[in-house]
Design a protein around this ligand. Structure first.
Ligand code: 13P
Length: 329
């Protein structure tokens, strides 16, 4: 087994998932701001250390994704973040894309950037201890979009990134995110997600990416956030698994993003997925659905660090329990 597939297997190990704590500085600052916490490098460090040092986190979290700033910061005791979480039994990961920008030629659509110089950056991140990486492509649903051009360009970039990661011995998390924004129904999300995944599979194959050494991080197939109807967990799970069935058995695993779903809904949907027999594990790589309650509970108060950690531990435990169901059914 090659080293990437061993690490990928660990990331989606039974009963575990990934904590996405890799918000860009801008996004992190606006989330801190909403919680009443000034967006400074120091506060971003304190918050990320609160999350990463949560007692018992390794029981349900196989990995944590950080952004470049955090990977270059240290815990209060001076230990670099990557080393600190490794010592806690958690694999450190790094977001390596540099963000989704307007795509020339495709009004209203984005292309995710960050390929220039990527191999050199990956080797630097490997030196810092990163075991895996993440790249997020973003697709918006409207009656006309995403366009074939946006689907193709973003799939190509994801594949270029994934191939570079595997050459550097770093597991790529491949994240094609079809956004929940809009009032579309679940069927339209299924149609778009199917087209996006087909292009991603084609581009990965063209660049000889080993599917046993990647983790796919897709959106769940769900109605748009502006749609008044709420699909049941059983409907979301059935539609999502139906789209995912096009992926070959070799794929190491699937770890969903939460995409702005309320935390409890994301967990209920994840749990419903486990009732479907699939050849790859169906796990989580949630951001907001894990950290929002923690940020709200802490809100910058040094006396409430333990409360913030307890809120994170609760969400991780609930999602780990959902994933663990797979082996019990
Ligand atoms: P959400 O779970 O908040 O969608 O974030 C996951 C993520 O990593 C987005 O890139």
């Amino acid at each position: 087994m090659n080293p990437c597939s061993q690490i990928a297997e660990k990331l989606v190990a039974p009963g575990k998932g990934i904590l996405a704590a890799d918000e860009s500085i801008g996004t992190m600052n606006s989330r801190l701001d909403k919680a009443g916490v000034p967006g400074t490098a120091e506060n971003r460090q304190v918050y990320r250390e609160l999350l990463a040092a949560t007692p018992g986190l390794a029981d349900g979290a196989s990995g944590i994704i950080f952004c470049d700033e955090t990977l270059n910061q240290t815990f209060a005791d001076g230990t670099p973040f990557a080393r600190a979480v490794l010592a806690l039994g958690i694999l450190p990961g790094i977001k390596v894309d540099t963000g989704a920008r307007p795509c020339p030629g495709l009004p209203g659509e984005t292309i995710t950037e960050g390929l220039d110089g990527l191999p050199a950056r990956l080797s630097g991140y490997a030196d810092l201890g990163a075991a895996f990486a993440k790249w997020r492509a973003v697709y918006t649903i409207t009656p006309q979009l995403p366009s074939p051009g946006a689907i193709r360009a973003n799939a190509h970039a994801l594949a270029r990134y994934a191939a570079a990661c595997q050459e550097a011995g770093i597991v790529p998390i491949v994240e094609p995110e079809v956004l929940m924004d809009g009032d579309h129904g679940l069927d339209r999300c299924a149609e778009v997600t199917t087209a996006v995944h087909a292009a991603v599979r084609e581009e990965l194959a063209l660049l000889n990416v080993d599917l046993a050494g990647i983790v796919l991080k897709p959106n769940m197939v769900i109605e748009g956030s502006g749609n008044p109807e709420t699909s049941t967990p059983e409907e979301v799970a059935a539609a999502t698994v139906a789209v995912l069935r096009a992926w070959p058995d070799q794929l190491a695993g699937v770890a969903f993003l939460s995409g702005g779903q309320p935390p409890e809904r994301a967990t209920a949907n994840l749990e419903a997925m486990q009732h479907h027999r699939t050849s790859w594990p169906l796990s989580f790589s949630f951001g907001r659905a894990l950290v929002d309650p923690a940020l709200a509970a802490w809100h910058g108060d040094a006396d409430l660090v333990a409360a913030g950690q307890a809120a994170l531990a609760d969400r991780v435990a609930a999602n780990a329990a959902a994933v663990r169901l797979r082996s019990q059914l």
